[in-house]
Write a protein that binds this ligand. Structure first.
Ligand SMILES: NC(=O)c1ccc[n+]([C@@H]2O[C@H](COP(=O)([O-])OP(=O)(O)OC[C@H]3O[C@@H](n4cnc5c(N)ncnc54)[C@H](O)[C@@H]3O)[C@@H](O)[C@H]2O)c1
Ligand SMILES: [Zn+2]
Length: 343
């Protein structure tokens, strides 16, 4: 199995590409293992987990609450789990965010690992150590930064993932290429068809490059003070769209990347042909780059962004494909770019 290591101040993660059942079986003799899954994963992929004790959560974002975490604590106590045990979250980003938070806080922290089953979780949510739940209507309000011990990327799960979810995950790959890694961007430009149709070689190339780009910035800036903020490209406008239009995460940040690219063009930071290249790739993949929405609602949601202070927001903008930096942008400067994508 191919593997890579992430070293950060809160811990290290071994990222392994291969058969998750084989990996889990190889460590099962050494430690007691409890799986946390959602009801879809256990229904569709339960066979891969036979023989392991399981905690089953309701599928979807609405389960990302302190109440769900409390339920996990109860089950861990019933099962006499202690620091010598290992909790493994198998599922999409909701399962990994919840599992990582429950494991990081139970008995002041027990070891945990992930088997991400959506493309978005494989390239983004399961890497980097951000774990948490939503609170009082706000996303990821309660959480910790703590790295999982391991993350097993097993592409066989993606065969059952609905196309919309797969395409949503592609947005995070494009984001990494656009702001961090020109070769990754080119790889996706030339092979997006094969990647979406799960061609094993191309998929592994794209996912491992995205993971290693993310690992590099997390290794340098685990607590999100500088370099890691680049991973927010497309997310200031994208999060506002997610709130207003209820689109999947990747679809929202795709529109967000289109808007923020044009903002960069307007500010004279990014040449317009580079912005067009980003927009064209997103469209080719099947992601939206505009959507019928109320522009004032989007602008209102942007003005509440938690990375803002006073009348400006710090956002990551590309200078060219594969490179960018953080810029202070006045809230009114978003207007033209948002107008462009609200059609
Ligand atoms: N911690 C981070 O750094 C980070 C980064 C990005 C996103 N996130 C979080 O990730 C979450 C979104 O993750 P997601 O997009 O993976 O969504 P998800 O976990 O809600 O999964 C989406 C749906 O797909 C189903 N599913 C999962 N794997 C499947 C498979 N292989 N086959 C069939 N169905 C499958 C799930 O049961 C669910 O219904 C959000 O809560 C977001 O905040 C966290
Ligand atoms: Zn994202």
């Amino acid at each position: 199995m191919n593997s890579m290591e992430l070293h950060a101040s809160s811990g290290s993660t071994k990222v392994v590409f291969g058969d998750s059942r084989e990996f889990l079986s190889s460590i099962t003799g050494r430690t007691e293992m409890i799986l946390v899954v959602d009801d879809n994963i256990t229904r569709i992929h339960g066979g891969k987990m036979n023989g392991f004790p399981r905690i089953v959560l309701e599928a979807g974002e609405s389960a990302k609450t302190l109440k769900t975490v409390e339920g996990i604590y109860h089950e861990l106590m019933d099962k006499d789990v202690d620091k010598s045990s290992l909790i493994v979250g198998i599922g999409g980003g909701t399962v990994s965010d919840i599992t990582g938070f429950a494991a990081s806080t139970f008995k002041r922290g027990i070891p945990f690992g992930f088997v991400p089953t959506t493309l978005l979780a494989q390239v983004d949510a399961s890497i980097g150590g951000k774990n948490g739940v939503n609170f009082n209507g706000y996303k990821n309000m309660i959480g910790v930064v703590r790295q999982p011990d391991f993350c097993v990327i097993d592409f066989s799960f993606l065969k059952t993932l609905p196309l919309e979810q797969l395409v949503s995950g592609m947005a995070e790959i494009v984001k990494c290429g656009a702001i961090l890694d020109p070769d990754l961007f080119l790889l996706v430009e030339e092979n997006y068809g094969e990647i979406i149709s799960l061609d094993a070689g191309r998929l592994e190339q794209a996912v491992s490059r995205t993971v290693s780009s993310k690992m590099k910035v997390v290794g340098e800036d685990e607590m999100d003070g500088g370099e890691r903020m680049k991973l927010n490209f497309g997310h200031t406008v994208g999060h506002a769209i997610e709130k207003v239009a209820s689109l999947p995460h990747g679809h929202s940040i795709s529109i967000g990347m289109a808007a923020e690219s044009w903002l960069a063009v307007q500010k004279g930071i990014l040449p317009s042909n580079e912005a067009r290249r980003i927009e064209t790739l997103l469209k080719d993949i099947g992601l939206p780059t505009r959507y019928k929405m109320n522009m004032d609602e989007v602008l209102e949601a942007i003005s509440k962004d938690k990375k803002g202070s006073g009348d400006s927001i710090n956002i990551a903008l590309p200078h060219c494909i594969g490179s960018g930096s953080i810029h202070k942008v006045r809230k009114e400067e978003f207007k033209d770019a948002v107008k462009r994508v609200c059609a």
